[in-house]
Ligand binder design. Structure first.
Ligand code: ACO
Length: 400
């Protein structure tokens, strides 16, 4: 009388939805996506309008608080972020425990989680004020921590943040300034970095944000939750895509028609694991509205540098044209996503490829912390998915 435990559920019926293709895990008022029509709204505002008229810090305020700030609110919020850009001097020792050639994402996972050790003072997540200060600390310190991971990699001294600079400028300064050489911040680069931060700021329940919510649903502290988000972001199917795009463009090598077609054919071949990196999206099935702004920004930056003829840019543009006319991509509604052009911009600015996902993490921190805060300030349950068990039925331990 063996009961088939694989068909047993104590509470009745469950849905089985691998990859959560059709399951909402929460209610949220932060970001709306209409994948069929290529719409992305943050608190109701279209991403294209925000990218044109707003800036990253204002977007942070909007995502976190639900409304655009008044001038006074903006000034106060921005000043608050500037005041929290420094990290504790002891945190530098964390870096020294890593191998010099450690991937900066592995460093970031560790040091962001480690921030919890420094901020016992405001760790009561049921207090609104504690959640607010944790959010400010995370937004403010992420560029500092990211730049430190780069400086550690290349063996240069860390730069302290300069609070006379804005958010994007400060990041560029901490990345590229060194004691031997004055680094002049190019305003086109600073604007491009600000845009990249904005375009990656939030994207509702993507894999890393869902990870942050899941970790947060246990009552874990915000620094631990964001560290979990960073880990989830690292994969090539998510935040690692722009690094993978550049590797792919490198591999393609030149813009000759037959060369590009060879890679398109590879992407279509189901026996070949190769996919066109920077193409396709779980939600967008017409176009990714962020990709358009990213392509424009890419033209601006490469124009500024006199690199409009950059071979990788030419390959990317031709690849896009060919793919968009190919039945395989048309039928499956595969379009360039936000990261198809972001890697080219970052490379042109001088950012090494292993920092690309780190920059994504800096941008997405506001999305993660806004979702975490939204969840914790409302009613929520511990996230605990069920499973469809496909293992053995009960059986007896063999007699010896
Ligand atoms: N190249 C070739 N074929 C593709 C690609 C691609 N980039 N993306 C999807 N397909 C094909 C699949 O093989 C599948 O074909 P089939 O129906 O014949 O089996 C079909 O399109 C549907 O693809 P899924 O894998 O089911 O789509 P899913 O929603 O699960 O995946 C993902 C989305 C992971 C983004 C996928 O498109 C991909 O791997 N793209 C490349 C990596 C990338 O650019 N990731 C960045 C995402 S954006 C971001 O995280 C910011």
């Amino acid at each position: 009388d063996v009961i088939d435990i694989r068909s047993l559920t104590a509470e009745g019926l469950f849905t089985y939805d691998p990859g959560f293709m059709a399951t909402s895990s929460c209610q949220s008022a932060i970001t709306y996506i209409d994948g069929a029509n290529g719409v992305l709204l943050h608190r109701g505002y279209p991403i294209g309008q925000l990218a044109e008229h707003s800036n990253f810090v204002e977007l942070c305020y909007l995502l976190l608080n639900g409304e655009l700030p008044s001038q006074e609110e903006y000034r106060e919020f921005e000043a608050n972020i500037r005041n929290h850009t420094m990290v504790h001097e002891q945190l530098a020792n964390f870096y020294k425990g890593f191998r010099r050639d450690a991937h900066p994402m592995s460093i970031l996972c560790g040091v962001v989680g480690g921030l919890a050790a420094f901020y016992h003072d405001h760790m009561n997540i049921t207090r609104e004020e504690d959640r607010r200060i944790s959010a400010i600390r995370l937004i403010a310190k992420m560029p500092t921590l990211a730049a430190m991971s780069y400086k550690y990699n290349i063996g240069q001294p860390f730069n302290y943040p300069r609070n006379d600079l804005n958010y994007a400028e400060n990041f560029l300064y901490m990345m590229f300034s060194n004691p031997c050489e004055e680094y002049k911040i190019n305003p086109v680069f600073a604007k491009a970095i600000d845009r990249i931060f904005m375009l990656h700021a939030d994207h509702e329940q993507n894999a890393s944000t869902s990870t942050v919510r899941l970790a947060g649903s246990t009552g874990a502290n915000p620094f631990a939750c964001i560290s979990a988000g960073i880990a989830a972001l690292w994969g090539p199917a998510h935040g690692g895509a722009n690094e993978a795009v550049l590797n792919m463009l490198d591999e393609i090598g030149d813009e000759s028609e037959e060369n590009i077609q060879r890679y398109i054919d590879r992407a279509k071949n189901k026996d070949d694991p190769f996919r066109l990196m920077g193409f396709g999206h779980r939600v967008y099935r017409s176009f990714d509205p962020r990709a358009k702004v990213m392509k424009e920004t890419c033209d601006e930056v490469l124009g500024e540098l006199g690199m409009a003829d950059d071979p990788q840019l030419k390959i990317a543009k031709r690849l896009e044209e060919i793919a968009l006319e190919d039945d395989y991509f048309i039928e499956r509604q595969l379009y360039p996503n936000v990261d198809f052009y972001s890697g080219i911009i970052l490379k042109a600015i001088g950012i090494p490829t292993n920092m690309f996902t780190v920059i994504f993490a800096v941008s997405r921190t506001i999305g993660w912390i806004s979702h975490w805060n939204e969840m914790i300030s409302g009613e929520y349950k511990i996230g605990r998915p069920r499973q469809l068990y496909v293992g053995y039925n009960q059986r007896d331990y063999p007699a010896k």
